[in-house]
Design a protein around this ligand. Structure first.
Ligand code: FAD
Length: 439
C-alpha cells in the first residue's frame, strides 16, 4: 500500500501498547501533523489499554471500557494513521510488512491480506505468557495477556460466584478455589485484587458465598515471591499476603495442570476451580520468522540504539526487544517503565536521524518497582542517587507513586490538562457506579 505522499519518509509502527502508542503519538504530533513524515500504526486490536491494569480488569475492579483508548480517535487527533491488522511477515529487500486478513467474530473476512511499505519500521508487539510447554497449561489455565483474556477471566469468576450463590446444595469444598502460577508482580497483584473482590461481591447481593469460601493460592518456582525484585520487598509482600490469607507456595515447580488441580515437581497437588498462568513471558512467535536476529524467547536482538542487529532501519522497543542492560547480566527487563524509556529514546533517534544527525544510545534507568496489593497496601523500592541505592517505600507514598505511573502514560498520550479532566470525571463516575463490575 503506497504512502499518501511519496516524497516523505514512511514510518510504520507495529503494536500500540505501553511503548508503541506513546511513541507513535509523539511522532505523529511532531512529524505527521506537519506533513514531514507519513506515520502509521498497525495493531491487531482496535483499542489500547495499559497492560499493568489488566489484573484489575480480571478482578472486575476496573471496567476496561472506561479506560480503553480508541486507536482511530488517537490517530485522528495526533497526526498518524491507524490500520487494523496482525503483522505476520517482513520483506526486508522490498521494505514491506505483510498483514494477515482480519476476520470478524463469525469468521468472515472484513479486511483482506495486505502489505504496507516503510522506510523505518518500529516493532513494539510486546510479550505473551510463556507456558514452557508444561502439560495442560494451555488447555486449563487462564492468561492475562490481553483485555479480552482479562474480561474472560472476570466473566468466569462472576459466573462461578453466581452459580455458587444460587445452587441449592451447600458450596462444595474447593468449588471457588483460585490458584495463580507465578508470584511476579502480576500474580501477587492479582491475588490481592481477588481477595478484595471476594469481600466486595457479598456486599452486592451474592451473600450466600462467604469470603472464606474462596481460597487463593500462589505457586512460585523461586524461593520467594517477587523473585526479580529486592529481597526486602519480597519479605514485606509475603507478610501482607499472609495477612490476607493468601496461601503462598514457594520452591514449587509446576509440572502439570489438569481441569481440577495443579501438580508440582515435589509431589504437591493444589486443587483449583480457576487456574491462572502468570509465570514468565516470551515475545510473539512470528518474530522468529522475520529473518531478524532473535533470542530464545523470540525477542528481537537490538543494539544499544534499539536498532535491530540485522537491519538499521528496523527498531524494536518494549517487551519484544532484547536490549543488553549495561552493567548487569542479561537484558533490560520487560516492564512498562522500560517500554516508556525506550519510546522516548526511539523518538529522539528517529527525529535526529531524519534531520541527518547522530543517534543516541539507550541506557535503562531502573527507578525501582511498585507492587499494589489493592486497597490493602502498596510496597515498592525507589532506586537512584536520591535514595542512595534502593529505598523501601510502603503505604500512602508508594500508592501515590504507583498511581502516578499510569498517569505518566496518560499524560504522554493526552497531555496534562486532559488527564486532569479525565481524573476528575473518573472520580465522579466512581461515586455513582458499583466498586466492582457486576456483569
Ligand atoms: C497483568 C499485567 C500486569 C503488569 N504489571 C506491571 C507493573 O505493575 N509494572 C510494570 O512495569 N510492568 C507491568 N507489566 C508489564 C508491562 O505491561 C509491559 O512491560 C508493557 O506493557 C510492555 O509494553 P510494550 O509496548 O512492549 O507492549 P504491550 O503494552 O504489550 O503492547 C503490545 C501491542 O502490540 C500489539 N500486537 C501484538 N502482536 C501484534 C501483531 N502481530 N500485529 C499487530 N499488533 C500486534 C498488541 O495488540 C498490543 O497493543 C504487567 C503486565 C501484565 C500482563
Amino acid at each position: 500500500m503506497a504512502s499518501e505522499n511519496n516524497s516523505i519518509p514512511k514510518i510504520i509502527f507495529v503494536g500500540g501498547g505501553a511503548g508503541g502508542l506513546e511513541l507513535v503519538t509523539k511522532l505523529g504530533r511532531k512529524l505527521g501533523r506537519k506533513g514531514k513524515a507519513d506515520v502509521t500504526l498497525v495493531d491487531n486490536t482496535r483499542t489500547h489499554i495499559w497492560k499493568p491494569l489488566l489484573h484489575e480488569v480480571a478482578a472486575g475492579t476496573l471496567d476496561s471500557h472506561q479506560d480503553e483508548i480508541e486507536y482511530l480517535g488517537q490517530a485522528k487527533y495526533n497526526g498518524f494513521h491507524f490500520r487494523l491488522g496482525k503483522m505476520d511477515g517482513l520483506d526486508r529487500d522490498n521494505k514491506t510488512i505483510s498483514m494477515a486478513a482480519t476476520l470478524n467474530a463469525e469468521g468472515l473476512e472484513i479486511i483482506p491480506r495486505r502489505t504496507f511499505d516503510y522506510d523505518y519500521l518500529i516493532i513494539a508487539v510486546g510479550s505473551i505468557s510463556h507456558d514452557f510447554g508444561i502439560a495442560g497449561v494451555a488447555e486449563h489455565c487462564l492468561f492475562l495477556d490481553t483485555t479480552r483474556q482479562a474480561e474472560h477471566f472476570q466473566r468466569q469468576l462472576l459466573e462461578a460466584y453466581v452459580r455458587a450463590h444460587t445452587q441449592e446444595r451447600p458450596i462444595d469444598d474447593g468449588q471457588l478455589d483460585i490458584a495463580i502460577v507465578g508470584a511476579g508482580a502480576t500474580g501477587v497483584e492479582l491475588s490481592a485484587q481477588l481477595h478484595e473482590v471476594s469481600h466486595l461481591l457479598s456486599t452486592y447481593g451474592l451473600d450466600e458465598v462467604k469470603p472464606t469460601d474462596v481460597k487463593i493460592s500462589i505457586i512460585e518456582a523461586a524461593d520467594r515471591v517477587l523473585p526479580g525484585l529486592p529481597e526486602k520487598l519480597s519479605h514485606a509482600t509475603e507478610i501482607e499476603l499472609a495477612k490476607l490469607g493468601v496461601d503462598v507456595l514457594t520452591d514449587e515447580r509446576v509440572i502439570e495442570v489438569t481441569a481440577d488441580e495443579i501438580r508440582t515437581e515435589s509431589g504437591k497437588v493444589v486443587p483449583a476451580a480457576i487456574k491462572v498462568w502468570a509465570a514468565g513471558i516470551k515475545a510473539p512467535t512470528f518474530l522468529m520468522e522475520l529473518g531478524l536476529a532473535t533470542n530464545r524467547i523470540n525477542q528481537i536482538e537490538v543494539k544499544q540504539t534499539l536498532q535491530s542487529l540485522t537491519d538499521d532501519d528496523i527498531y524494536a522497543i518494549g517487551d519484544c526487544a532484547a536490549c543488553p542492560w549495561e552493567g548487569h547480566e542479561g537484558n533490560v527487563p520487560p516492564r512498562a517503565q522500560a517500554a516508556h524509556q525506550m519510546a522516548s529514546l526511539a523518538y529522539k533517534s528517529i527525529t535526529r536521524r531524519l534531520a541527518g544527525k547522530s543517534i543516541p544510545d539507550y541506557h535503562y534507568h531502573d527507578h525501582g518497582s511498585l507492587v499494589s496489593l489493592g486497597k490493602y497496601s502498596t510496597v515498592g523500592n525507589m532506586m537512584g542517587s536520591l535514595s542512595k541505592g534502593s529505598l523501601m517505600i510502603e503505604g500512602f507514598l508508594a500508592r501515590m507513586m504507583y498511581l502516578s505511573l499510569y498517569k505518566m502514560h496518560q499524560v504522554a498520550l493526552f497531555g496534562f490538562f486532559r488527564v486532569g479532566m479525565l481524573s476528575l470525571s473518573h472520580l465522579f463516575r466512581r461515586s455513582v457506579h458499583p466498586k466492582i463490575k457486576l456483569h
